[in-house]
Design a protein around this ligand. Structure first.
Ligand code: PEP
Length: 251
C-alpha cells in the first residue's frame, strides 16, 4: 500500500496567543477531512499545546512538541519531559531542529532526546541538515553522522521520521529553497544511510520529509522530483490558507 504523505506544521514562536492558536487549529480541523490521502501534524509552542490538542481531539490532525528534554522528569528547571508532553496530548516531538542545535544541542543530546521521546511512545521527528553545501561533498558525511549518532542500534520498530532540513534553506522563500534534483540526491543518500544503520526493512519504512522554505509554489515540484514522503513546514504553516495550499498540493 502506498505510504500516506505527511505534512508537519512547525509553528515555532510565530504564534504567541491562545486565541490565535485556537483559531488556526479550528480552521484546519474544518478543512482537514476534505483532504484524504495526506496526514497533517502540528507542532505548536509548549504552552499552547494542550489547548490545540483539545481543539483537534477526534480530528485526524495530530499534535506534537517542537522540542523536549533529554532527561526524564526531575530536578531540571525549565525542562519539559517526554512524559509531560504525552500527558497533555502530544503524539510526536521534533528532535534536533537546527534552531535548537544553534543553541548548543549536540548530536549526543539529540540522541538522548530521541530516546526520551520513544520511551514515552511519542514518534520522534529527527531533524538533520547541513549548514552549507560543499564542493567536496562533505555535507553528505555531516548528515550521515547526525543520522548515525541519533539512530544507531535502535529497535527496528522504533517510531522515527527523518526531516531533512538544510539550514541554509530555512526561513527564506520558495525561490531560495532546495532544488528538487538536489533533494532527490540527498533523499537517496539518507535512505541508504537508514538502511545501513538500522535493520533493512526498518530503514526502508522510515518516512523522509523535507523542510526549508516549502511554500505552495514549490510543494509539487519538491514532492514529485525530490523523492520525499512529505514536508516539515515553518513560516508557511502559521496561516490557514497557505498551509492548506501546501496540503492540497500533496494529495
Ligand atoms: C523549519 O525551520 O522547520 C522550517 C521548515 O522553516 P521554514 O519553512 O520557515 O523554512
Amino acid at each position: 500500500m502506498a505510504r500516506k504523505r505527511l505534512v508537519v506544521g512547525n509553528w515555532k514562536s510565530y504564534i504567541e496567543s491562545p486565541s490565535e492558536a485556537h483559531a488556526l487549529a479550528l480552521a484546519l480541523r474544518r478543512k482537514a477531512r476534505a483532504l484524504p490521502g495526506v496526514e497533517v501534524w502540528l507542532a505548536p509552542p509548549y504552552p499552547l499545546l494542550p489547548a490545540v490538542a483539545e481543539v483537534l481531539e477526534s480530528s485526524p490532525i495530530k499534535v506534537g512538541a517542537q522540542a523536549l528534554s533529554a532527561s526524564p522528569g526531575g530536578k531540571h528547571t525549565g525542562e519539559v519531559s517526554a512524559n509531560m508532553l504525552k500527558q497533555v496530548g502530544a503524539q510526536f516531538a521534533l528532535v534536533g531542529h537546527s534552531e535548537r542545535r544553534a543553541q548548543g544541542e549536540g548530536d549526543e543530546q539529540v540522541r538522548a532526546q530521541l530516546l526520551q521521546a520513544l520511551q514515552a511512545k511519542l514518534t520522534a521527528v529527527l531533524c538533520v541538515g547541513e549548514h552549507e553545501r560543499l564542493q567536496d561533498g562533505s555535507h553528505f558525511s555531516f548528515i550521515e553522522r547526525q543520522l548515525v549518532v541519533a539512530l544507531d542500534a535502535l529497535p527496528p520498530k522504533a517510531k522515527v521520521i527523518v526531516a531533512y532540513e538544510p539550514v541554509w534553506a530555512i526561513g527564506k522563500s520558495a525561490e531560495e529553497a532546495m532544488q528538487p534534483q538536489d533533494l532527490e540526491q540527498m533523499a537517496i543518500f539518507i535512505r541508504k544511510t537508514l538502511v545501513e544503520t538500522l535493520d533493512r526493512s526498518a530503514g526502508l519504512k522510515i518516512p523522509i520529509l523535507y523542510g526549508g522554505s516549502v511554500e505552495s509554489a514549490n510543494t509539487h515540484a519538491l514532492l514529485i522530483g525530490g523523492g520525499v514522503n512529505g514536508f516539515l513546514v515553518g513560516h508557511a504553516s502559521v496561516e490557514a490558507e497557505p498551509f492548506l495550499e501546501i496540503i492540497k498540493a500533496c494529495k
